[in-house]
Design a protein around this ligand. Sequence first.
Ligand code: PMP
Length: 432
Amino acid sequence: MKAYQELGREELLSLKAQLEKEFEEEKAKGLKLDMSRGKPSVSQLDMAMDFMDTLDSNSYMKTEDGVDVRNYGIVDGIPEARKLLGDIMGVSADHVIVCGNGSLAIMYDTVSRSVTHGVGGCTPWCRLDKVKFLCPVPGYDRHFAITEHFGIEMINVPMSPQGPDMDMVEKLVAEDESIKGMWCVPKYSNPQGYTYSSETVKRLANLKPAAKDFRIYWDNAYAMHHLYEDRQDELPEILSLCEQAGNPDLVYEFCSTSKIIFAGAGLGAVASSKANLDEIRKSLSIMTIGYDKINQLRHVRYFKDIDGIARHMKKHAVQMRSKFQAVLEVLDRELSGTGIGEWTNPNGGYFISFESMEGCAKAIVAKCKEAGVTLTGAGATYPYGKDPKDSNIRIAPTFPSQEEMELAADIFVLCVKLVSVEKLLEKCCPEP
Ligand code: PMP
């Protein structure tokens, strides 16, 4: 296919007329499709309905070491749940605290506690003039929302398929004591689906931050979310690398079973060094007498062990990959060689990341909306909702059915073409 940039004004005008006609036809269909949020599909949720039967009125309600899960206590979570969640992250149970229904609240609490009480005996962030976080971009909007909520200044760090730009990260954290944290989604990142390379993880574990209370927020949300049997990414385990590097307290790691079992009704966990966990425990035990141990027990009885989770995730993968492939096929067929878009083809996770021509993303999202396809708002993948190039669009192929996904992808590429042609006409070939 010829690159759109090589088309002359007349060719662009006739292409525009044809695309506008197609667009009106699509619009007239009155579709209502949603590719906006990374939610599990109904059929993925249906696959786990027997989870609800795992515990009933006849169940033995004690842990392996005889604690009644129906009663108060065990703020760290029951030992077998700590082991299960630890296995997701590749760390031992003693490094893990299992909390409530998901991981986002733990991340929020961790930032909140740092603001009010400080980290490792350092000045609470609320008493400092400036607190900054490094934000690999594009990234997860809800991370950025937490730091924005607490008035923390966010600094964009570009991502590559190997992870964040480490030269920039090393330099910034070494020079600037007001940089107190960094958001990372190290495996099948949201939205690009990239997995940090071993080299990147090692360099992160070996950081020499100026701030003693600098912490990496290692959100391992997609640890188990492979799409393919034969194409799976491996992520080195960072806590042990930090220990080896003499940086044992550098990382808070998070994971959850929200997108393994039921979204928002799973288990969230944090893993870290003993010193960090002791500090977390201090405030946790004031906040709660213990989280929902019944759900912890239900998880352990249902999955049994990490292999049980892996087996369950293979069932998800069968459905998910056909939706991902449906979108990728349309993108390949319609946009390869046009020079108006690039996209990721991840081995796992929940998203495909699309890069349009500069200055087109907002218009593409708006055009899609006009034709009945809802996408994540353009800019959402950047701190403050500001994508400096206005080019990143997050595609979430998980929730719609495969049929809907194919229809939505067709409309998406049509809108990409139309907006790009308009942009090229406006930029390259202004009216004489
Ligand atoms: N982290 C990332 C990177 C996510 O994509 C999501 C959900 N989209 C979450 C955390 C939220 O997870 P939870 O339901 O465990 O709070």
